[in-house]
Design a protein around this ligand. Sequence first.
Ligand code: THU
Length: 159
Amino acid sequence: MKTIDISIKIGYCQPDELSEKEQHLVQTAIMATEHSYSPYSHFAVGAALLLENGNEVMGANQENAAYPSGLCAERSAIFAAQSQWPDQAITTLAIAARTGGGLVREPIVPCGACRQVILEIEARYKRPVRILLHGTEGVYVIDTIKDLLPLQFTGDSMQ
Ligand code: THU
Protein backbone atom coordinates (compact mmCIF):
# COMPACT_ATOMS: atom_id res chain seq x y z
CA MET A 1 0.00 0.00 0.00
CA LYS A 2 1.23 3.51 -0.81
CA THR A 3 0.71 6.37 1.58
CA ILE A 4 -0.11 10.04 1.11
CA ASP A 5 1.99 12.20 3.41
CA ILE A 6 0.42 15.54 4.27
CA SER A 7 2.38 18.19 6.10
CA ILE A 8 0.70 20.91 8.12
CA LYS A 9 2.18 24.05 9.63
CA ILE A 10 1.33 25.44 13.05
CA GLY A 11 3.22 28.45 14.35
CA TYR A 12 3.71 29.07 18.06
CA CYS A 13 4.58 32.48 19.50
CA GLN A 14 4.06 34.95 22.30
CA PRO A 15 1.32 37.59 21.84
CA ASP A 16 3.85 40.42 21.47
CA GLU A 17 5.21 38.73 18.34
CA LEU A 18 1.85 39.30 16.62
CA SER A 19 0.94 42.49 14.78
CA GLU A 20 -0.89 45.14 16.80
CA LYS A 21 -4.17 44.34 15.03
CA GLU A 22 -3.76 40.66 15.84
CA GLN A 23 -2.88 41.34 19.46
CA HIS A 24 -6.04 43.43 19.68
CA LEU A 25 -8.08 40.63 18.13
CA VAL A 26 -6.76 38.13 20.68
CA GLN A 27 -7.74 40.53 23.47
CA THR A 28 -11.21 40.81 21.93
CA ALA A 29 -11.52 37.00 21.94
CA ILE A 30 -10.51 36.96 25.61
CA MET A 31 -13.11 39.65 26.33
CA ALA A 32 -15.72 37.62 24.41
CA THR A 33 -15.31 34.70 26.84
CA GLU A 34 -17.14 36.96 29.32
CA HIS A 35 -20.19 36.84 27.03
CA SER A 36 -20.33 33.05 27.06
CA TYR A 37 -23.54 31.40 28.27
CA SER A 38 -22.20 28.05 29.44
CA PRO A 39 -24.07 26.93 32.58
CA TYR A 40 -23.73 23.27 31.54
CA SER A 41 -20.07 22.88 30.57
CA HIS A 42 -18.73 25.85 32.57
CA PHE A 43 -16.31 26.19 29.66
CA ALA A 44 -16.40 29.73 28.29
CA VAL A 45 -15.15 30.18 24.73
CA GLY A 46 -14.67 33.52 22.99
CA ALA A 47 -14.06 34.16 19.31
CA ALA A 48 -13.16 37.37 17.51
CA LEU A 49 -13.12 37.93 13.76
CA LEU A 50 -11.32 40.57 11.80
CA LEU A 51 -13.14 41.57 8.62
CA GLU A 52 -11.55 42.97 5.49
CA ASN A 53 -13.02 46.41 6.32
CA GLY A 54 -11.21 46.38 9.68
CA ASN A 55 -14.30 45.68 11.80
CA GLU A 56 -14.07 43.15 14.61
CA VAL A 57 -16.98 40.80 15.38
CA MET A 58 -17.23 38.86 18.65
CA GLY A 59 -18.90 35.56 19.43
CA ALA A 60 -19.18 33.37 22.49
CA ASN A 61 -20.53 29.87 23.04
CA GLN A 62 -24.25 29.80 23.80
CA GLU A 63 -25.49 26.64 25.48
CA ASN A 64 -28.97 25.20 25.88
CA ALA A 65 -30.63 22.65 28.18
CA ALA A 66 -31.27 20.69 24.97
CA TYR A 67 -27.53 20.39 24.34
CA PRO A 68 -27.36 20.26 20.51
CA SER A 69 -29.37 23.48 20.31
CA GLY A 70 -26.39 25.45 21.59
CA LEU A 71 -23.66 26.91 19.39
CA CYS A 72 -19.88 27.25 19.58
CA ALA A 73 -18.19 30.65 19.88
CA GLU A 74 -16.64 30.40 16.42
CA ARG A 75 -19.91 29.78 14.59
CA SER A 76 -21.74 32.39 16.71
CA ALA A 77 -19.18 34.96 15.54
CA ILE A 78 -19.02 33.78 11.92
CA PHE A 79 -22.79 33.65 11.41
CA ALA A 80 -23.22 37.07 13.06
CA ALA A 81 -20.54 38.56 10.79
CA GLN A 82 -22.00 36.93 7.68
CA SER A 83 -25.47 38.18 8.55
CA GLN A 84 -24.35 41.77 9.06
CA TRP A 85 -21.55 42.12 6.49
CA PRO A 86 -22.06 39.45 3.83
CA ASP A 87 -19.71 41.26 1.46
CA GLN A 88 -16.79 41.34 3.86
CA ALA A 89 -14.26 38.53 3.81
CA ILE A 90 -13.07 37.26 7.19
CA THR A 91 -9.30 37.61 7.31
CA THR A 92 -8.48 36.42 10.83
CA LEU A 93 -10.14 34.47 13.64
CA ALA A 94 -8.90 34.51 17.24
CA ILE A 95 -10.13 32.04 19.87
CA ALA A 96 -9.73 32.06 23.65
CA ALA A 97 -11.25 29.93 26.39
CA ARG A 98 -11.55 29.94 30.15
CA THR A 99 -12.58 27.50 32.86
CA GLY A 100 -13.28 28.21 36.52
CA GLY A 101 -9.49 28.32 36.93
CA GLY A 102 -9.01 31.13 34.43
CA LEU A 103 -7.83 31.27 30.82
CA VAL A 104 -6.67 27.93 29.42
CA ARG A 105 -2.94 27.22 29.39
CA GLU A 106 -2.94 25.18 26.18
CA PRO A 107 -4.85 26.75 23.27
CA ILE A 108 -8.10 25.06 22.30
CA VAL A 109 -8.77 24.25 18.66
CA PRO A 110 -12.08 24.61 16.78
CA CYS A 111 -14.35 21.54 16.80
CA GLY A 112 -14.98 19.61 13.58
CA ALA A 113 -18.24 21.39 12.76
CA CYS A 114 -16.59 24.81 13.18
CA ARG A 115 -13.66 23.72 10.99
CA GLN A 116 -16.14 22.85 8.24
CA VAL A 117 -17.82 26.25 8.57
CA ILE A 118 -14.46 28.06 8.46
CA LEU A 119 -13.62 26.04 5.33
CA GLU A 120 -16.83 27.29 3.71
CA ILE A 121 -15.74 30.87 4.52
CA GLU A 122 -12.41 30.30 2.78
CA ALA A 123 -14.24 28.92 -0.26
CA ARG A 124 -16.82 31.73 -0.26
CA TYR A 125 -14.30 34.57 -0.20
CA LYS A 126 -11.51 32.72 -1.97
CA ARG A 127 -8.96 33.63 0.66
CA PRO A 128 -7.48 31.89 3.68
CA VAL A 129 -8.59 32.65 7.22
CA ARG A 130 -5.65 33.11 9.60
CA ILE A 131 -6.38 31.50 12.96
CA LEU A 132 -4.91 32.61 16.32
CA LEU A 133 -5.46 30.22 19.23
CA HIS A 134 -4.78 31.77 22.60
CA GLY A 135 -3.31 29.99 25.60
CA THR A 136 -1.60 31.60 28.58
CA GLU A 137 1.64 29.87 27.57
CA GLY A 138 1.52 31.11 23.99
CA VAL A 139 -0.49 31.48 20.81
CA TYR A 140 -0.81 28.95 17.98
CA VAL A 141 -0.84 30.61 14.57
CA ILE A 142 -2.41 28.75 11.66
CA ASP A 143 -2.42 30.20 8.14
CA THR A 144 -5.45 28.34 6.79
CA ILE A 145 -8.15 26.00 8.07
CA LYS A 146 -6.75 23.47 5.58
CA ASP A 147 -3.98 22.85 8.11
CA LEU A 148 -6.63 21.73 10.62
CA LEU A 149 -8.74 19.92 8.02
CA PRO A 150 -6.23 18.40 5.61
CA LEU A 151 -8.77 16.46 3.53
CA GLN A 152 -11.67 18.74 2.70
CA PHE A 153 -15.23 18.29 1.55
CA THR A 154 -16.36 21.42 -0.30
CA GLY A 155 -18.90 22.35 -2.94
CA ASP A 156 -16.26 21.40 -5.52
CA SER A 157 -16.31 17.84 -4.18
CA MET A 158 -19.79 17.47 -5.71
CA GLN A 159 -18.82 18.56 -9.22
N1 THU B 1 -16.91 25.08 22.28
C1 THU B 1 -16.72 26.20 21.51
O1 THU B 1 -17.44 27.19 21.65
N2 THU B 1 -15.73 26.18 20.63
C2 THU B 1 -14.83 25.16 20.45
O2 THU B 1 -13.94 25.26 19.62
C3 THU B 1 -14.95 23.95 21.27
C4 THU B 1 -16.14 23.87 22.15
C5 THU B 1 -17.96 25.11 23.29
C6 THU B 1 -19.17 24.26 23.01
C7 THU B 1 -19.70 24.04 24.41
O3 THU B 1 -20.50 25.15 24.77
C8 THU B 1 -18.45 24.05 25.29
O4 THU B 1 -17.44 24.66 24.53
C9 THU B 1 -18.01 22.67 25.73
O5 THU B 1 -17.86 21.84 24.65
